[in-house]
Design a protein around this ligand. Structure first.
Ligand SMILES: Nc1nc2c(c(=O)[nH]1)N[C@H]1C(S)=C(S)[C@@H](COP(=O)(O)OP(=O)(O)OC[C@H]3O[C@@H](n4cnc5c(N)ncnc54)[C@H](O)[C@@H]3O)O[C@H]1N2
Ligand code: MOO
Length: 395
């Protein structure tokens, strides 16, 4: 089987995804998910002309006073009758401006003696000075959040002040993590012989910590065809996405592909023209999508960024599910590339991108220190210092 180009593999994976069911949740519960609908304002903001300062509501034409202070307008309350000529009202930040007033004199520029008020400083610069007019931010029915927007704290504030307490989003996908390999021991446990900590599942759970996903770690399954097939069937009964790590290459103990067949899955693709990550596989088992990531930790990380995160985004209703790159300037030359798209762990220093040594797909030190991945398309010629390259930001 030849290697599938990365963009083709991403397209095939995303084509397997159907949008998850819609649910209406509180704004805070929606954070990190994608709005299903356009969110329109249910109110004007502000709802009235409001004072932007603590001071006195006055008429601009009557400066520099004096005025008679006849009452008070506080936030949420207001002053219940129009001001007559030469009348002023004490007013506080966020309070409705009484009818008849057209600007606010800040208290630092006012002198008050009993109910007699005069202006001491320059005063408001114009009619409307120190007033936030009604609907200054937005009017009722204004488009606040476009469908497909990923909700963050700013959208929570905007939709909330626009009169919404809830928002329609898609259910979080349930993600089953399965680690395969006889050599794996739990994190923190002793590592006798050539055993090693099973870091991939924890790494994936950490990667998904700020994504809309319900992650369940099904633990480590030994390299045994029946046991891996059973783990697949168990996971498929409850998960939307099954993510395995390890056992997807060509060795006699790489049993994920045969176990998937035994479990009754349909393989969609296996082996992608990328480095790291070549043995990546994808398929379906019942209603679940299966993503088989390579065992090498850097390969698992890079393929998760390029395939798992976009899959979650697509199922959640994102408009642009695929990660975006940005153009950087290389700080060191790079050799010509082979047939696989390379993702070099890179640092930005003095505004230039460097891919240090330690690019092995099992070398986590360079990954942990990286600002991003320099993307080297298949068969590109050598690159010189100062050339441009595309980089995928990490972190
Ligand atoms: N003859 C060939 N050998 C290999 C090929 C090939 O094309 N022909 N491809 C290589 C490439 S590229 C990759 S990537 C690896 C991936 O292999 P697997 O996905 O089958 O992974 P394993 O062999 O199970 O493990 C690889 C490596 O990663 C360690 N590992 C596994 N799981 C975990 C985990 N949960 N946490 C931490 N580390 C893990 C494992 O111990 C191995 O050291 O295959 C090449 N071989
Ligand atoms: O494709 Mo592998 O992930 O280079 O080691």
């Amino acid at each position: 089987m030849s290697l599938l180009p990365v963009t083709d593999a991403q397209a095939r994976l995303l084509a397997l995804a159907s949008p998850l069911p819609v649910e209406t949740v509180s704004l805070v519960d929606a954070v990190g998910r994608w709005s299903v609908e356009d969110v329109l304002a249910r109110r004007d903001q502000p709802s009235h002309d409001l004072s932007a300062m603590d001071g006195y509501a006055i008429r601009y034409a009557e400066r520099p006073g004096p005025w008679t202070v006849v009452g008070e307008s506080a936030a949420g309350a207001g002053y219940d009758r129009p001001l007559r000529p030469r009348e002023a009202a004490r007013i506080f930040t966020g309070a409705p401006v009484p009818e008849g007033a057209d600007c606010v004199l800040v208290q630092e520029e006012a002198a008050r003696d009993g109910d007699r008020l005069s202006m001491t400083g320059e005063g408001p610069r114009r009619i409307g000075g120190n007033i936030r007019p009604r609907a200054m931010d937005f009017g009722r029915d204004a488009l606040l959040v476009t469908a497909g927007t990923r909700i963050d704290a700013r959208h929570v504030a905007l939709a909330g002040i626009g009169g919404h307490g809830t928002i329609a989003v898609r259910r979080r996908p349930r993600i089953a993590l399965i680690s395969t390999g006889d050599e794996l021991v739990p994190l923190g446990a002793p590592t006798p012989g050539a055993s090693l900590p099973a870091s991939n599942a924890a790494m994936l759970a950490a990667l998904l910590a700020d994504r809309p996903a319900e992650v369940r770690d099904h633990g480590v399954v030994p390299d045994d065809l029946d046991r891996i097939a059973r783990a697949f069937r168990d996971a498929a009964a409850e998960a939307d996405i099954i993510v395995t790590t390890g056992g997807v290459s060509v060795g006699a103990r790489d049993l994920v592909r045969p176990a998937l067949e035994r479990a009754g899955a349909t393989l969609d693709f296996w082996r992608v023209a990328m480095k790291p990550g070549k043995p990546l596989l994808a398929g379906t088992l019942g209603d679940a999508i299966v993503l088989g990531l390579p065992g090498n930790p850097v390969s698992a990380y890079v393929t998760a960024c390029l395939f798992l995160l976009p899959l979650i985004a697509r199922m959640g209703g994102a408009v642009d599910a695929l990660p975006k790159t940005r153009t950087v300037t290389l700080g060191a030359a790079l050799p010509a590339n082979g047939e696989r798209q390379d993702y070099l762990r890179a640092r930005i220093e003095n505004g230039r991108a460097f891919a240090p040594d330690g690019q092995d797909s099992a070398a986590l030190v360079a990954l942990a220190a990286a600002d991003g991945l320099i993307v080297r398309p298949p068969h590109v010629p050598p690159a010189e210092i100062g050339d441009s390259a595309e980089m995928l930001d990490l972190g």
